[in-house]
Design a protein around this ligand. Structure first.
Ligand SMILES: Cc1ncc(COP(=O)(O)O)c(C=O)c1O
Length: 403
């Protein structure tokens, strides 16, 4: 199916109706709003955070902080409107160009979060492509599930990461327009999808491929374009979705794809049209973060060393963790009460903050600590964490990994 022709067709109808909107190129809307006082709130406990999704510490990177502060001074704190009505600033346009370039796509579109990107994009594609069927990996994130539900399109689940099952299910769907939705790095198990095989199956069936790279953008690929960049597959995926809130250290989400696809979502998605735009300062900070990670792999390399070191230390201590080929280290506990208790003791007695992950976020019996080492963790932090876990493993009589 020629999706771009279909999108263009719909857009032509919009144009004929006079409802088609464009943004002024590099539109500026900055003002000298009064600066807010910088105040410190109450005393904070000194803990080491081990469960942050600011994977590379970019939220504290001087270039990112400076970009945000400068933009707040120049443009104020808020966008002041929806993108279509007064809220588009040159920082949004620059960021969309940066994102399109990151993924080698014609266009990009910002949303207020990664959640909203998935919800709005899948909701719109499923609802507006007549007769569409969405084939969704069974472990897809809630934002994708909700988007599909919102679209009211028919949904078919395929077994997690099982491209053969996907192939069979695409066959069974037959001649209808098909959208295949999946992730690159799954958040809770940290496992990585067989993207090449999935893309080949999509191509064989003429399906639109939709990948969520939320846990991979900034982290993988020579310029931080995600697993699709690392594997040289970005150009074969129709839509890449990502977040600015994790490795890029800011907030917001986006989609990238062909110009007609992005224009189609921009023109029809209520989650884009009817909400205040991201603050320009956030867009400026995200642009600085993306640019930095495109040009420098220092944070990524440092992060990968931290992950390798922690995994080796856990292995040496016999503490079971999922080997998954990603930066997410799930330390398996398998009991909800012990999981919560260990998290509490780590916080109260060891100054370590790692949130317990229990049902319904993960299936019963697979309760875990989801640990995310970053470049800002020192060797001493890692040693302290493993010493604490080893002590708790003995205290709580937890099973050790088989060597
Ligand atoms: C796979 C996946 N997609 C989307 C999102 C939503 O991204 P955001 O936090 O930017 O809303 C998350 C959030 O954790 C996620 O894990």
């Amino acid at each position: 199916m020629d999706f771009d022709a279909l999108f263009t067709n719909h857009l032509d109808t919009l144009k004929a109706e006079g409802n088609y909107r464009v943004f002024a190129d590099l539109e500026r809307r900055c003002g000298n709003f009064p600066r807010a006082d910088n105040h410190k709130d109450g005393q904070l406990r000194d803990v080491t955070v081990w469960c942050s999704n600011d994977y590379l510490g970019m939220g504290q990177h001087p270039a990112v902080v400076t970009a945000m502060v400068d933009a707040v001074r120049a443009c104020g704190t808020g966008a002041g409107g929806t993108r279509n009505i007064g809220g588009t600033n040159h920082h949004h346009i620059l960021l969309e160009r940066e994102l399109a370039d990151l993924h080698g796509k014609e266009a990009a579109l910002l949303f207020t979060s990664g959640y909203v990107s998935n919800w709005a994009a899948l909701g719109t594609l499923g609802a507006r492509i007549p007769g569409a069927v969405i084939l969704s990996d069974e472990k897809n994130h809630a934002s994708m599930i909700e988007g599909i539900r919102h679209s009211r399109a028919d949904k078919v689940l395929w077994r997690h990461n099982d491209w053969r099952d996907l192939d069979r299910k695409l066959h069974a769907v037959g001649d209808r327009p098909k959208i295949v939705a999946f992730e690159s790095v799954y958040s809770m198990d940290g496992d990585v999808a067989p993207i090449r095989e999935i893309v080949e199956v999509c191509e064989a069936h003429g399906a639109l491929s939709y990948i969520d790279e939320v846990h991979a953008v900034g982290m993988y690929g020579p310029r931080g374009g995600g697993v699709t960049e690392r594997e040289g597959l970005a150009h074969r995926i129709d839509l890449i979705e990502g977040t600015l809130g994790k490795a890029f250290g800011c907030v917001g989400g986006y989609i990238t794809g062909s110009a007609p696809l992005v224009d189609f979502v921009r023109s029809f998605a209520s989650g884009f049209i009817f909400t205040t735009a991201l603050p320009p300062a956030v867009a400026a900070a995200a642009t600085a973060s993306i640019r930095h990670l495109k040009e420098s792999s220092a944070e990524r390399e440092e992060q990968q060393q931290r992950v390798a070191r922690l995994r080796a230390r856990l292995d040496a201590a016999g503490i079971p963790h999922l080997a998954n080929g990603s930066h997410i280290i799930p330390v398996m506990i398998g009991d909800p009460v012990k999981c919560k208790m260990i998290s509490d003791i780590l916080m109260n007695e060891w100054g370590i903050y790692v949130q317990p992950i229990n049902y319904p976020t993960v299936p019963k019996g697979t309760e875990r600590l989801r640990i995310t080492p970053g470049p800002l963790h020192s060797d001493a932090d890692i040693d302290h964490l493993v010493t604490a876990l080893s002590s708790l493993w003995r205290q709580c009589a937890l099973a050790h990994a088989v060597a």
